[in-house]
Design a protein around this ligand. Structure first.
Ligand SMILES: C[S@@+](CC[C@H](N)C(=O)[O-])C[C@H]1O[C@@H](n2cnc3c(N)ncnc32)[C@H](O)[C@@H]1O
Length: 253
């Protein structure tokens, strides 16, 4: 497949505009929701990595289960996920096309010895493919709904994996429920993220994403919904409710 740029400048600028707020969960930029979702995302990555990483057996009791693994965080923003993965042992590279995001991530990571080794680059998956970089784990959380040329983006993520490498993606399903919650309620009524952050037409249904991954030689092991609410119950994983936010794990054959 020809490599297309996946960068939509208008989408990236939605995030660079608020780059100085990546580590201010109380700000009204929407970043608070990502901070809230992060522990459940990391729990998922940890559990699925223990089940599916083949490079070396992972001790489930280890406080650093990702130790020795090269992990790429595509669309890392200010490094919310990257930092959490470094804390469980990963050797993290984060890439983002937004220069201001990369600067925010770098500056924040330097504040703690556990994250100071994180490598952040103003770049994209397609650039890293061109440089023949490969990783044991690739993560693209809450990114695919902001890119152009989704099939090309997915192909590039899979090319960045070592054989048997593990891919994690999270995004939003294109359903009536996701319109009501993530756009009407979250953007327009509760104002938890700025109106216009999401475009419902760019959301991707679970079977569409699974199909695209399978076309690229991936085996999808699990798709779980991330359900709950920011005010009362917090967030949890659900095998049944994938109609709004979901996260998946796939490996390269
Ligand atoms: C909703 S934020 C998610 C940030 C981070 N992944 C997280 O979940 O905490 C989306 C991020 O994707 C980045 N992005 C947008 N288009 C991209 C592309 N084509 N390739 C890589 N990253 C992209 C944006 O700059 C932004 O930082």
């Amino acid at each position: 497949m020809r490599r297309f740029s996946t960068v939509n400048k208008a989408e990236v600028s939605k995030f660079t505009r608020a780059a100085r707020d990546w580590w201010k969960p109380e700000s009204n930029t929407g970043v608070g929701l990502l901070h809230q979702l992060n522990p459940i995302r990391v729990k998922y990555i940890r559990e699925q990595a223990i089940a599916h990483v083949k490079k070396a057996p992972i001790d489930p009791q280890s406080p650093w289960p990702l130790k020795g693994l090269r992990v790429l965080d595509v669309g890392c923003g200010g490094g919310i996920l990257s930092e959490a993965l470094a804390r469980i042992g990963a050797q993290v590279t984060g890439v983002d096309p937004g220069q201001a995001n990369v600067e925010a991530a770098t500056e924040h990571a330097l504040g703690d010895h556990e994250t100071a080794k994180n490598r952040y680059i103003c770049s994209t998956a397609e650039d890293l493919v061109a440089q023949n970089e490969t990783f044991d784990i690739v993560c693209a959380l809450e990114v695919v709904e902001h890119v152009d040329n989704v099939p090309s983006f997915i192909q590039q993520l899979t090319q960045l994996l070592e054989p048997n490498g593990v891919l994690f993606m999270s995004t939003i399903n294109r359903t009536p429920a996701s319109y009501l919650t993530t756009i009407l309620a979250v953007e327009h009524i509760l104002r938890l993220v700025p109106p216009g952050t999401h475009d419902w037409n760019k959301y991707i249904q679970t079977h569409e994403l699974k199909g695209e991954l399978e076309k690229n030689g991936m085996v999808v092991h699990d798709i779980s919904g991330i359900v709950g609410d920011p005010f009362v119950t917090g967030w949890r994983l659900s095998h049944d409710c994938t109609g709004v936010n979901y996260i998946l794990c796939a490996t390269k054959k």
